[in-house]
Design a protein around this ligand. Structure first.
Ligand code: FAD
Length: 547
């Protein structure tokens, strides 16, 4: 992959400077990634610039669901639910290894905010709007069936439940697989490079000034159009262009998730319930050896570069979960990891955070900066289409509707569930002498059809029967050469999600990973020490609410 710079960072940076870009996109979250893929497939010369790592912002800190947003029906956001609901099926088809069906139970209580009739009607409307396939349509359960489905639920006020399908994903991996696909098709992407200024000429914005803090490199890059997809930083980037923010600006709200070992809350399946004290909704989602739960929704005014879960956030979630599942006695001590994400919502006067629309919006400045904010992970393709239409109008090019609807992201080379299972089986057989089926399954649902490339690399390290080390080195080699990994935390956080879902393994593997990455990326002792310090900081951040 030629735009993964790895060791040759300076050469890659120099190459960017020589080009005249049709489009520069600021921000490598799901929104920027989607725009890069869409515009690249339409033949534009596009460059994506990310100041940290890809998916470093909200796109690695969501609830990790590809969903229509059932709760938005309560707010009568019919068009939003229809659009993202329909997108669910498309995102699933295009990224099967990362988007997996997840049965969700919605318990109905005597004093809850939704009665049996409204849940039934709501789920029916949801099925219709999202054109849900028949085997995934909702079913309504009596009290006894609801308790059989999830025996841990409180039974006192329970009157029944609704069972429906959501799709679970890994937001950061989805982002990186989209970027990889765009790069495969000729797009360019670079991380750890910050846009710090705009280049303005008579016709308005004509490019950006970028800064690489590590290399001490600053350069001017030329572009016909610049799009600001900086998520929670959208207004900060707009302020590089304009002195004052216009009336339509962002309101950031924070959402926290907690991770506990499965044995501490042994749910049989995912549950989505409302919190009686404030009528907000909370998810509890099993994922391998852990369960994660969230989220909160509070106005955020702190440091955007460091949103963390606070004790009050954690306590709110634990109280709600313990009340819903009476045998649960979860305390702060049981939480092994957490994350906090910021929603870049469009400010609406007088509305509570949970009532503000999740619709995306596009702003155009007098000097031509196109900014996009709001929206959902699930709707990234549609947001990208709206942007590419605008960009192509500016460039006086013809725009056609088809776009990326049938384009599989990197790693998703299978047209059906059967094809996916067949590939996994073939890998399991081919590598059975070196690795267990569990090893391979874990990698497969992270890297899909690219898994073989990792296993081949891992096999070459498989001496002394140290399988865990061999797999780690294989994965590091692959993510450095194919997935833009430049730091320990890029790997343990965004590429593998281990910092959330298997934090013990991060502690166990960090030294081996440090030594191996330092060979791959030529780190000296000082760079190694900095890397370890950054990772330790992240490890304490995810449990900082315990102090
Ligand atoms: P981000 O992912 O934040 O990306 C913006 C990027 O811009 C960042 O990586 C940042 O580093 C970069 N950047 C900023 N300034 C600069 C600069 N000057 N130069 C270069 N780069 C820059 N949606 C769903 O569909 N399903 C869900 O389950 C779901 N759950 C959610 C739960 C929570 C708690 C939250 C907060 C959101 C959730 N969402 C969900 C919404 C979804 O996660 C967001 O809409 C989406 O991730 C936003 O992506 P983005 O690319 O716009 O922003």
């Amino acid at each position: 992959m030629d735009s993964v710079e790895g060791v040759n960072r300076l050469a890659a940076l120099e190459a960017l400077r020589k080009e005249d870009w049709d489009l520069i996109i600021i921000g490598g979250g799901i929104t920027g990634a989607g725009i890069l893929l869409d515009t690249t497939t339409r033949g534009l010369k596009s460059l994506l610039i990310e100041k940290n790592d890809f998916a470093w912002g909200t796109s690695s800190r969501s609830t990790k669901l590809i969903h229509g947003g059932l709760r938005y029906l309560k707010q009568m956001e019919i068009n939003l639910v229809r659009e993202v609901g329909l997108e669910r099926a498309i995102v699933y088809q295009n990224a099967r290894h990362l988007v997996r069906p997840e049965k969700m139970l919605l318990p109905i209580s005597k004093n809850g905010s939704m009665g049996r009739l409204s849940v039934s009607a709501g789920l029916w409307v949801y099925d219709c709007l999202a054109r849900v396939k028949s085997k995934e349509k909702r079913s309504m359960l009596a009290k006894k069936e609801t308790l059989q489905t999830e025996p841990m639920l409180h039974s006192k006020d329970l009157i029944g439940g609704g069972l429906y399908y959501e799709y679970r994903t890994d937001d950061a991996r989805l982002t990186i697989e989209i970027i990889k696909k765009a790069v495969e098709l000729g797009g360019k992407a670079i991380n750890h490079l910050e846009v710090c200024q705009f280049i303005k000429k008579r016709k308005g914005i004509q490019g950006v000034v970028v800064r690489d803090a590590q290399q001490g490199w600053e350069e001017h890059l030329k572009a016909s159009v610049v799009v600001n997809a900086a998520g929670p930083w959208v207004d900060k980037v707009r302020l590089l262009d304009q002195h004052k923010l216009p009336k339509r600006h962002l309101l950031l709200t924070k959402g926290v998730h907690l991770v506990v070992p499965r044995e501490k809350l042994p749910l049989s399946q995912s549950v989505y319930f409302d919190v009686p004290t404030d009528n907000r909704m909370i998810f509890c989602i099993p994922r391998g050896r852990i369960i994660y739960m969230g989220t909160t929704d509070t106005v955020f005014q702190g440091n955007i570069d460091k949103p963390v879960a606070q004790k009050s956030d954690a306590q709110y979630i634990l109280n709600a979960v313990n009340a819903m599942f009476p045998e649960s006695t979860l305390s702060l001590e049981d939480v092994e990891s957490s994350w906090a994400g910021l929603r870049p919502l469009i400010h609406q006067e007088g509305k509570k955070p949970s009532d503000i629309s999740r619709k995306d919006e596009i702003f155009e400045s007098p000097d031509g900066l196109i900014s996009i904010a709001g929206g959902k992970l699930t709707g990234y393709r549609k947001m990208a289409e709206r942007i590419s239409k605008k960009v192509m109008q500016r460039l006086q090019l013809k725009w056609e509707a088809e776009g990326t609807k049938r384009l599989q992201v990197s790693g998703a080379n299978f047209d059906s569930e059967e094809a996916l299972k067949k590939q996994l089986n073939e890998l399991t057989v081919e590598f059975s002498t070196d690795f267990t089926p569990e090893n391979m399954e874990e990698l497969f649902f992270r890297y899909g059809s690219n898994t073989r490339e990792i296993l081949v690399r891992a096999r070459s390290y498989h001496h002394n029967n140290d399988t865990e080390k061999a797999l780690l080195k294989g994965e590091l080699d692959y993510t450095v050469s194919e997935e833009f990994v430049r730091s320990l935390s890029d790997f343990f956080h965004r590429r593998t999600g281990m910092i959330y879902f298997d934090i013990g393994r991060v502690h166990r593997q960090k030294k081996v990973a440090l030594d191996h990455l330092s060979c791959l990326l030529n780190w000296d002792d000082q760079a190694k020490a900095l890397q370890l310090e950054e990772l330790e900081c992240l490890l304490s951040e995810v449990v900082s609410f315990k102090q």
